[in-house]
Write a protein that binds this ligand. Structure first.
Ligand code: ATP
Length: 269
């Protein structure tokens, strides 16, 4: 569903080059649910924006839903749904009208768009709010409407950029329940970005960890935890106490309670 090779994005700001994405190779199969996890500025959104044709790559290639993002960006856009970090809907329109308008943008006739909108409003539990103007929705309701907007044209691949940022835990869980149900009902492939480790862990089958524009890990959440988890205990002691502490650590290591690594703490003592 997604295949990238050495995908790179470099921004130039006042002659300074910012390497936001440094040659990433990504493969996502049909039906997968994948989270891009990483800290602020890691390059998650830039990667997503290249995959959704909002940004042109500096170098490298990407095929999304079987279409090359550079050769045929319109072809990519017709096949995908994208829910960005900001809210998509206008403020002064009614929810139902927003959805129908979105369908019309994608070439649906009004009656098909209305039928699809009604179906999504039901699935996302927004039916009672369909005549409300968008500005009057709560944050959680608004985000659910964004999901409906992204699904209007029945894309096979849905991108969500930080879908639950700023939501309280209850609304976040509720949004996730809806997204998972949509996925179950329509078999949609989902790629999302998140800062929340627990979200990536519980909701995604696969986690791609991005840092400083590079992929530093790519595995199931369970395997990543098994490989990377572990406690690191840093203990600072005075020089006078060092021999005694070293003796204690030595006895613990001999009893198999500690694993010795090559890291030399001497310099800190
Ligand atoms: N339009 C732009 N012009 C210049 N630099 C940019 C632009 N967009 C992003 N960057 C820089 O590229 C790097 C990656 O940003 P990006 O938004 O992709 O990170 P992110 O992982 O999505 O972060 P966040 O979680 O905060 O959204 C950052 O250093 C950012 O400042």
């Amino acid at each position: 569903m997604i295949h990238t090779s050495k995908l790179t994005k470099t921004f130039t700001v006042k002659k300074e080059k910012i390497q936001a994405v440094k040659g990433v190779d990504i493969d996502v199969e049909r039906g997968e649910l994948v989270a891009f996890l990483g800290p602020n500025g890691a390059g998650k959104s830039t990667t997503l924006r290249m995959l959704t044709t909002l940004l042109a790559p500096t170098s490298g290639t990407a095929r999304v839903a079987g279409v090359d993002v550079i050769a045929d960006p319109a072809g990519v856009r017709s096949r995908i749904g994208y829910i960005g970090q900001g809210n998509g809907g206008g403020h002064s329109y009614r929810v139902i009208d927003e959805l129908i308008m979105q369908g019309r943008f994608y070439g649906m006739n009004t009656s098909d768009a209305r039928a699809r909108a009604e179906q999504l409003l039901k699935s996302l539990e927004l039916e009672d709010l369909k005549k409300r103007t968008v500005i009057k929705l709560s944050g959680g309701q608004r985000r659910r409407m964004d999901v409906a907007l992204g699904l209007m044209h029945s894309p096979t691949l849905l991108f969500l950029d930080e879908p639950s940022t700023g939501m309280d835990p209850q609304n976040r869980a509720n949004l996730w329940e809806h997204i998972m149900r949509m996925r179950h009902e329509h078999g949609t492939t989902i790629v999302l970005t998140t800062h929340y480790l627990e979200e990536a862990d519980t909701m995604s089958e696969r986690v791609i960890v991005i840092d400083h524009g590079e992929i530093i890990a790519d595995n199931t959440a369970g395997r990543l935890k098994a490989e990377l988890a572990g406690d690191l205990l840093a203990v600072e002691v005075s020089a006078a106490a060092a021999p005694e502490v070293r003796g204690l650590l030595g006895r613990a290591a001999a009893a198999g309670e500690l694993e010795e690594t090559a890291y030399d703490c001497e310099t800190f003592l």
